[in-house]
Ligand binder design. Structure first.
Ligand code: AKB
Length: 340
């Protein structure tokens, strides 16, 4: 049997998967195979070559994928986000860490079997940071990748550790073996800010207040925001998130000086998001109902990050600033989604 070269996407039915599958299907360079715990929506399923429904914890399922396909690129998107992970930290560790280890090992086996490196794209997060206080957050400004790597959430710990696991597979895997085993997994990671999509509503994250506010207003529903109006973290429009993954995947390996890169686009306060939403949807009913515990998590994430390494090494350049994200992407797309 001849195995077909493909791209594998885990967690494909999630927010990033939607945009990524659309782009890969349109480009048509390599067929897409997906793995998700839930069946894909029919519109998404029609764009992929093969859909596996199951868990990244299921090693026999991964064996099946390996036996049928030559995977050249993995987009490992499956994860439990930060708020959900705080309620079930052990499950979060299993999914976010053991699941990622399974995919790294799967990629190593794939590369051994077809003889080419597997490019492994990993979405890390601003949750990998942990600033000790609001005062420190205000003073830190644009945080660099290697500063404040002291996350306070299970999800953040998981993301930071998996960045290191990926670096280990890329550079040091079985370093004492007689023949070199590392480098078969070409691990590349971006630390995403909060992502805002016009097409999907996130679930289980702590940066969700901004997309929730926008989607509620577009639907004509009231929204009580769980963070203070002055809360500020970086955000990015989903098309730029998807473009960043594709661009990093295509970058020449020799140009990459790191395995994990910060990405920045815009960093409005929650009140600035509210003002923009009210301008677009004048009847928006947005109130403030502070959840001190979730606030604590957001307060530990940086106000802004230094993304100069991504810009220099692989030409990261977001197309959407705050105003453009609303004017040219969110408002037109979201309006038609809810028939407004
Ligand atoms: C979350 O809130 O957990 C995610 C993230 C910032 O990675 N959106």
């Amino acid at each position: 049997m001849i195995r077909k070269p493909v791209v594998l996407i885990t967690g494909a039915g999630g927010e990033i998967g939607h945009g990524l599958i659309a782009h890969l299907a349109e480009a048509g360079t390599q067929p897409v195979v997906t793995l998700d715990v839930n069946p894909l929506e029919p519109a998404l399923a029609s764009k992929v070559q093969r859909e596996f429904t199951g868990s990244i914890m299921d090693k026999s399922l991964l064996e099946r994928v390996l036996s049928e396909f030559e995977v050249d690129t993995v987009y490992h998107l499956a994860a439990l986000l930060s708020t959900r992970s705080e309620f079930t930290p052990v499950t979060a560790h299993q999914v976010n860490v053991e699941g990622t280890l399974n995919l790294l090992e799967f990629s190593q086996r794939e590369a051994e079997s077809h003889g080419r490196p597997v490019t492994f794209l990993y979405p890390s997060s601003i949750a990998a940071y942990g600033l000790p206080s609001l005062e420190a957050k205000r003073q830190a400004g644009r945080v660099r990748e290697d500063d404040y790597n002291t996350p306070s959430t299970m999800y953040g710990c998981n993301k930071l550790y998996c960045e290191q696991l990926g670096r280990y597979y890329a550079k040091f895997y079985k370093q004492l073996a007689a023949d070199t085993q590392s480098g078969r997994v070409d691990f590349r990671s971006v630390r995403f800010p909060g992502l805002i999509s016009a097409l999907t509503v996130p679930s289980g994250g702590t940066s969700d207040y901004a997309p929730e506010m926008i989607h509620a207003a577009a639907k004509g529903e009231p929204y009580a925001c769980f963070v203070r109006p002055d809360t500020r973290i970086p955000f990015m429009a989903m098309p730029d998130g998807v473009a960043a993954l594709l661009r990093l995947a295509a970058a020449p390996k020799a140009a990459l000086t790191r395995t994990a890169y910060n990405l920045a686009a815009f960093n409005p306060s929650a009140e600035e998001v509210r003002q923009e939403v009210v301008q677009a949807f004048p009847h928006a009913d947005i109130t403030w109902h502070n959840d001190l515990k979730r606030q604590g998590i957001v307060d530990s994430w940086p106000e802004d990050v230094d993304d100069s390494a991504a810009r220099r090494d692989w030409g990261f350049a977001p197309a959407y600033d705050f105003t453009k994200a609303f004017r040219d992407y969110l408002i037109p797309t979201i309006g038609s989604r809810y028939g407004k």
